[in-house]
Design a protein. Structure first.
Length: 509
């Protein structure tokens, strides 16, 4: 399977510079989301599929809106800290980022039919509108190490060689990254038997200091409209239309530095920078039901359609190289440093369909003393599909084949509990998000776990909740992919921890 994936990745690189940023990892970014929202919902680990009367539930099981019997207005600020510890080629690095977010705001209007409660089979009909945060992209990781086996520039030479080497066709067809390496004297024609090929002139055998830094920011937010009702205090039904807003910005900087001490090898260092800004809008529909067989039990069922997302990318690259005396000899200039900047951002519009989700949940109440609850969620990451549009059919098919070969079905489990002590509440929760990958291959990303705990205080007309949650995940980053079989490109391991503090303020009226 890995050979098939690597083959598809190399084909994709050669197909078109316009689709170089829209890969299988970007698809996962917009599909592998854990709904956030209120402090109460996060405090019980996100297991809101059966609790109802919490605004977070409208994004998970909209039948929860049927539990409301009063109007409610709430909002949730949060403070997020992301910490990454990385290892690569024997080197250890760490980076930390923090951000203040608005995690949630919402309004629920309830038509509790008190005047004819006994006569009416429909006990409530409710309407909700607001926002729940889906994902926060604020993150930074760094890794570095010593490499004497390969170089990033070889991957750019591979792009030239997919067009037959350096020639008039390839110079007009390769991606901007490869062209930038050529313009900064890091790629040229080979010698002898390699005279028809493009080769990297970065001398890695004596050792390079390699480093990569990625800075991400932005987020994915769901603006929602929900309706639902309560039938005979037994069956709750609900529906949510979700409008997604995506704002993602990434800057990646990769550098290599000669550590051989040789001043005659025509290389000292280079720094390569990629910038990507993605904006998008998506839509989906969620349908939910909740059944109460008795006063102490609830069961929930929900189905989320795939989210159809229209995306727009603006990407650009730049490169700076120091080639000792080589640039001076060839260009007859006064300095050894040369630079290339893409003259304008490359803009590309495309669409993505994320997987559908199915959720079952259950809850047991201990009278007015509290409850325990659990959600089980199913989705199939292999069903993610890109559409690059007319003229890019081959690229669309290639990337969708990569997705099918790399990803699989996954099950997410969330468990939570709440204990009530008069007006105070104590909460705890746990979430497990299964790996989306078929195998523990070099592209594998580890399972994600979230633990949380919180408190709350409720009066008749107002409430306040606070929660601390911490997620952990082990991820793998491949700095580049090379065509030669003996390249032995090493992966970086990144251990990510995210701490989040949320406070929800709400009023009932």
């Amino acid at each position: 399977m890995m050979k098939k994936v690597l083959g598809c990745l190399i084909v994709l690189t050669a197909l078109s510079e316009c689709v170089s940023a829209q890969d299988e990892f970007d698809a996962l970014r917009y599909s592998n989301a854990a709904y956030q929202g209120t402090a109460r919902g996060m405090g019980i680990g996100g297991a809101v599929g059966s609790i109802g009367a919490d605004f977070s539930a409208l994004s998970v099981n909209p039948a929860g809106i049927g539990i409301y019997k009063t109007n409610e207005l709430m909002f949730t600020p949060s403070f997020n800290v992301s910490n990454n510890n990385s290892s690569y080629l024997g080197g250890q690095s760490s980076a930390t980022e923090s951000k203040l977010n608005l995690m949630n705001f919402g309004l629920v209007l309830s038509s509790d039919l008190k005047s004819r409660y006994k006569e009416s089979k429909w006990k409530t009909f409710n309407f909700g509108v607001g926002m729940n945060r889906v994902t926060t992209f604020k993150n930074e990781f760094i890794y570095a190490g010593k490499n004497n086996s390969n170089s990033l520039i070889e991957s750019f030479a591979d792009d030239f060689n997919s067009y037959g080497g350096i020639n008039s066709t390839s110079l007009n067809s390769v991606n901007f990254s490869a062209y930038g390496a050529y313009e900064t004297y890091l790629i040229d024609k080979g010698q002898g038997v390699d005279s028809s090929k493009a080769v990297s002139y970065v001398p890695y055998a004596a050792g390079l200091n390699q480093s990569k830094k990625v800075t991400e920011k932005g987020g994915m937010t769901e603006y929602l409209v929900s309706v639902g009702g309560n039938y005979m205090d037994k069956l709750m039904l609900g529906a949510t239309m979700g409008i997604f807003n995506i704002d993602y910005d990434r800057t990646m900087q990769f550098s290599e530095e000669d550590i051989s001490g040789d001043l005659t090898n025509d290389f000292k260092y280079f720094t390569y920078t990629e910038r990507l800004t993605t904006t998008g809008t998506g839509i989906n529909l969620k349908l939910g039901a909740m059944y109460k067989p008795n006063a102490n039990m609830r069961f929930g069922l929900a189905l989320h359609t795939p989210t159809h997302i229209e995306l727009n990318d603006a990407s650009s690259i730049s490169m700076v190289s120091h080639t000792d005396s080589l640039y001076l000899q060839l260009a007859n200039l006064t300095g050894p440093v040369n630079s290339y900047n893409q003259d304008s951002a490359l803009v590309f519009n495309y669409s993505l369909n994320t997987p559908y989700k199915a959720l079952v949940s259950g809850m047991f109440l201990f009278g007015k003393r509290g409850f325990v609850t659990a959600d089980i969620e199913y989705l199939n990451y292999a069903s993610m599909k890109y559409n690059y549009g007319e003229g890019y059919e081959n690229a669309t098919n290639a990337i969708n084949n990569v997705i099918q070969n790399m990803y699989k079905e996954a099950v997410n489990i969330r468990i939570g509990a709440e204990a009530k002590l008069s007006n105070f509440c104590l909460r705890s929760g746990f979430g497990y998000y299964g790996s989306p990958y078929q195998t523990t291959s070099q592209f594998s990303q580890g399972d994600k776990t979230i633990i949380s705990g919180g408190i709350g205080y409720r009066e008749q007309n107002w409430f306040i909740d606070a929660t601390y949650s911490h997620s952990t995940q082990r991820t793998i980053d491949i700095p580049y992919v090379l065509a030669r079989a003996d390249a032995n490109v090493q992966q970086a391991t990144i251990k990510n921890g995210v701490s989040n503090v949320l406070v929800t303020f709400g009023v009932k009226f």
